[in-house]
Design a protein around this ligand. Structure first.
Ligand code: 0X9
Ligand code: ZN
Length: 301
């Protein structure tokens, strides 16, 4: 069994227990892979979900880069749970995909946010004066190009000493590199703002696939609105949010994943990171609607 419920935010232990549960209970479609170890030596886990069809396209569902964004992590778990436990009832465009779920890339930060400082954002790398690198500034596309995030280990958006200096970003890099050519889409789930974002994050100009992404993002916001009447907006990260260097989104897109999105979940700021567990289920539901819409847009290869 497992103790994951949608009534409260899970502890790290409950998340790990849940990973083992799905792998043990659905062995014909689910596989766990340890993709790395954090600086405090916790496992970073990927759950692969596939029916083994050799023509499947690949979708990476990522979350928990930022420790305090708990509702993003539960949303990824909600999507995973719905696909796996109701696999036979899913439409063909869901079943015929290779799903790569990494619901918690930053286990050290999450544990620290759960037990010590609710608003912790970074990992827990120890430096001389302070702790932590912002994993979503540590990737090797436009790393630290603003020249601000460098060399400030006490800042909340510290980019790290060099690109991929952190075990969490290096683990994700290796997964994407290894899956090369088999990954077609990324959803990197964050909170908050109700936004569906596409590259670039660090540059003010359009990326070459912007029209394709814009259409898919608008289909996702429309699908959410149609079934929940909740409003998400879409656009390029740089313009919709603020410039963000070295993001996972930009690096994964630049490495060949055309349909690359970051989603900022509920809410729009009323409770922000401190959103009540009452919203775990409705937020999970609308994220699942977005992911289903994307899988539908991708179609079969
Ligand atoms: O600052 C960030 O990394 C993101 N916002 S957050 O509040 N979740 O920290 C920027 C928006 C998302 N952009 C990318 N993922 N590139
Ligand atoms: Zn975030």
């Amino acid at each position: 069994g497992h103790r994951l419920t949608w009534n409260r935010y899970p502890t790290l232990r409950i998340i790990e227990e849940y990973f083992n549960y799905v792998a043990d209970t659905y062995p014909s479609i689910c596989k766990l892979e340890k993709i790395g170890s954090s600086s405090e030596n916790r496992s970073i886990t990927m759950v692969g979900v596939s029916n083994g069809n050799p023509n499947n396209m690949g979708i990476l569902v990522l979350s928990g880069l930022h420790a305090r964004e708990w509702i993003g992590i539960t949303s990824a778990l909600y999507i995973l749970n719905n696909i796996v436990t109701k696999f036979d009832q899913q439409p063909e465009y869901i079943k015929n995909k290779n799903w790569y779920f990494i619901p918690l890339l930053n286990p050290d930060g999450y544990e620290y946010s759960q037990t010590v400082n609710r608003l912790w954002r970074k990992n827990r790398r120890k430096f001389k004066r302070c702790y932590g690198v912002d994993i979503n500034r540590n990737f090797g596309k436009d790393w630290a190009i603003d020249g601000i995030t460098e060399n400030h280990e006490c800042k909340d958006a510290y980019a790290g000493p060099f690109a991929f200096s952190e075990p969490e970003s290096a683990a994700l890099r290796d997964v994407v590199t290894k899956a090369k050519g088999k990954l077609d889409a990324l959803i990197d789930i964050h909170s908050y703002g109700q936004l569906i974002l596409y590259p670039w994050s660090a540059r003010p100009w359009h990326n070459p696939d912007m029209k394709v992404q814009k259409n898919a993002a608008e289909a996702m916001t429309q699908a959410i609105f149609d079934s929940t009447k909740n409003l998400y907006k879409s656009g390029e990260t740089y313009h919709m949010v603020y410039p963000a260097t070295g993001s996972a989104l930009d690096w994964i897109y630049a490495s060949g994943v055309t349909h690359a999105f970051a989603i900022e979940t509920r809410d729009t700021g009323e409770h922000g990171f401190l959103i009540s567990p009452h919203y775990i289920e409705p937020t999970g539901k609308e994220l699942f609607i977005a992911v289903k819409q994307l899988a539908k847009v991708l179609g079969p290869k």
